[in-house]
Structures are given as structure tokens and as C-alpha cells.
Design a protein around this ligand. Structure first.
Ligand code: SF4
Length: 216
């Protein structure tokens, strides 16, 4: 039976099946951070439309978002859903980014990841998955991102119970997979792929690249 120590083998099986995922699709670290907030509770295709609208309006920059009229911002990000809530969250985050970090990702990168995680979690509307997505994909720290697909895979393979916490799952990866930002980056993206293609509400184990690890 597989154990969490086999997670590096899970990664190799996924990499063999899918190839490198090249996630996150963004032109700048700031765009990654915006996407990490907009993707809460929605599919990535909807986020792409919202990002496109921001770019087309010349608004995908810290100051324009920080100074935007809330209704205008909400209209532009409408495709991402919950647009009034997300407009507030995005603006709260970007104002914090501008005021505390001078709108400069390079300054944020100088802060140790543990401290930056606490700082991010103190920003209204930023939960653990969003904070870790920013730490990994925008700031390039070796921090593992857990999502609903990660829970499904870990749970269905017998590594965690129904009540597993976010931090418990994150620690499983960070304790068994070599701490490397590029590896964590691609592993998370691979899990998202296997979740979408195979580990759905009704799993499709027969054709899944991880079927050989299933508990017998
Ligand atoms: S679909 Fe089945 S084999 Fe694939 S990850 Fe989910 S539980 Fe495992």
C-alpha cells in the first residue's frame, strides 16, 4: 500500500502522463496575485476573461486597481463571479501591496516565507490557498498549495481522513517532497489536472495515471 513517502513517485507518474504543466499562466507576478484572488470559487476560464478585461482597460497594474472606482472594478471582473465581493477583496489586497510593499514584488520576496504567509493571511479575504498560491507562484517560495483536488487524492488514497485540515495536507507534501519551488509549482498543477480529468466527484480510476498507487 502506498504511503505519503511515495508522493515523489506520484509526481513522476503524473509528469510522465501530462508532461510539465508550465503553471501559472501570467505575464507578471502581479498578474499571478490578481489571478490568485479572482480564482477563488470559480473556474480558471472565467478568471482569464476577467484578466483580459482588466488588461484591455489598462487596469492590470497596482495603482489603477488601488485607485479604481469599486463599481468599475466590479464590472471588469464580472466574469470571475462574486464580482462585488471580489472587487473589494482585490482592492483591499492591492492597496496593502502598494502601501506596505510599495507595489514591488521584489521587496515582498525579501521577507521570509513564514512571515509573509502570516502577513498575507492578515489581509481580509486571503485564505491559506490564496496565500500559498501567492507565495509559490508569485514570490517563488517552496510552499505547497493545497486545493479540493489535493484533498480528494490524499483522502481516496488513504493518507488523510475526512476531517483533514489544510495545514495537515500541506505538511504531508512539504515533509515528503523535496522542498523546491519549481517542483512544488509543477506538482500542484499536475494534481489540478488529474483532479479535473480523473479524480472527479465520481472518480475515473481505470484510466488514471495514479491508479497503481490506490490502496488495494
Ligand atoms: S481517480 Fe482514482 S486513481 Fe486517480 S487519483 Fe483519484 S482515486 Fe486515485
Amino acid at each position: 500500500m502506498a504511503s505519503p513517502k511515495d508522493l515523489p513517485r506520484y509526481y513522476r507518474a503524473l509528469l510522465k502522463h501530462y508532461g510539465p504543466r508550465h503553471w501559472w499562466p501570467a505575464e507578471t507576478p502581479f498578474e499571478v496575485m490578481v489571478g490568485a484572488i479572482l480564482t477563488q470559487n470559480t473556474a480558471w476560464t472565467n478568471v482569464e476573461k476577467a484578466i483580459h478585461n482588466l488588461k484591455a482597460a489598462g487596469m492590470l497594474e497596482p495603482r489603477p486597481i488601488a485607485e479604481a472606482d469599486a463599481a468599475t472594478l466590479a464590472r471588469l471582473i464580472r466574469p470571475a463571479g462574486y464580482f462585488n465581493v471580489k472587487a473589494r477583496r482585490l482592492q483591499d489586497f492591492v492597496r496593502w501591496f502598494v502601501e506596505r510593499w510599495r507595489g514591488d514584488v521584489r521587496i515582498m520576496r525579501l521577507v521570509p516565507p513564514e512571515r509573509m504567509r502570516e502577513e498575507l493571511l492578515d489581509v481580509k479575504g486571503i485564505g491559506p490557498e490564496t496565500a500559498d498560491s501567492i507565495l509559490l507562484y508569485a514570490l517563488e517560495h517552496p510552499v505547497f498549495v493545497v486545493d479540493a483536488y489535493t484533498f480528494r487524492v490524499l483522502h481516496r488514497h488513504g493518507f488523510v481522513g475526512e476531517e483533514a485540515t489544510y495545514d495537515e495536507m500541506k505538511e504531508i507534501f512539504e515533509g515528503t517532497v523535496p522542498r523546491d519551488a519549481a517542483l512544488f509549482n509543477d506538482f500542484h498543477a499536475q494534481i489540478v489536472n488529474v483532479g479535473k480529468d480523473f479524480c472527479r466527484a465520481t472518480p475515473r480510476c481505470e484510466k488514471c495515471p495514479l491508479r497503481k498507487f490506490l490502496p488495494g
